[in-house]
Design a protein around this ligand. Structure first.
Ligand SMILES: O=C(CO)COP(=O)(O)O
Ligand SMILES: [Zn+2]
Length: 218
């Protein structure tokens, strides 16, 4: 443990390593795409830029203090500004995951989808975990305009598709955030699989029942 570390930071590092490996091993992102962060009372732990989330090292994970200063580890993800937009806008956020998972990224390239309701809820879990998903315009990775676009939507949406790029999800802890981004990926898979079929989706009333019953803050 380095001098500046604390038990909370060490726990966050271990959680990020476990979740990163699980996501990578299941093919939900590839190469050095994706980034993960966890907020603790002692600072934020984030994956370093250009790292593979399947093979993270506790000594090189970036630790950032409350003022945004790097206190240990390697240079943080260029997308930490997106994660930080969620932390600033959604006070109950303690974890953020961004992936280049295949189906959510595919849907982020669909033309003509509703920017306020970008992912069709064919089954209940997307609504139970995340509610509606919004689509924000394309900006290059690491661009401050991308962070501004997230900041604009983050108080109303915990799940966002970045056009022609991929999904980003905020949650109360790292495990629930992983479940939520997996659910988003599965829902996007349904959209792709069902594209050529006549389908029925959940109605507004069915969605509202799920929101009331499972009481997720959106
Ligand atoms: O997904 C990525 C860019 O959008 C990966 O960026 P980082 O390697 O800086 O985390
Ligand atoms: Zn990305």
């Amino acid at each position: 443990m380095s001098n500046s570390s604390t038990p909370a930071i060490e726990q966050a590092k271990q959680d990020i390593i476990n979740v990163g490996k699980s996501i990578f091993d299941r093919g939900l992102t590839c190469g050095s795409s994706a980034n993960i962060s966890v907020k603790t009372d002692d600072g934020c732990v984030v994956t370093p830029t250009n790292s593979c989330i399947g093979f993270l090292n506790p000594d090189t994970l970036s630790v950032i203090d409350q003022h945004g200063k790097l206190i240990s580890g390697d240079k943080p993800s260029k997308e930490f500004i997106l994660h930080d937009a969620f932390y600033q806008q959604r006070p109950d956020t303690n974890a953020v995951i961004h992936l280049h998972s295949s189906y959510a990224t595919a849907v982020s390239c669909f033309d003509g989808i509703d920017a306020h309701d970008a992912v069709t809820p064919y089954t209940p879990y997307l609504i139970m975990r995340l509610g509606e998903i919004c689509l924000i315009p394309y900006f290059p990775p690491g661009d401050t305009k991308l962070a501004d676009a997230i900041a604009e939507k983050a108080s109303n949406y915990a799940g966002i598709l970045m056009a022609n790029h991929g999904p980003i999800v905020a949650g109360e802890n790292l495990w629930s955030t992983m479940y939520a981004i997996e659910e988003l990926e599965e829902s996007c898979k349904m959209m792709v699989l069902l594209k050529q079929h006549e389908t029925r989706t959940l109605s507004e009333e069915q969605r509202q029942t799920l929101k009331d019953r499972f009481k997720k803050k959106r």
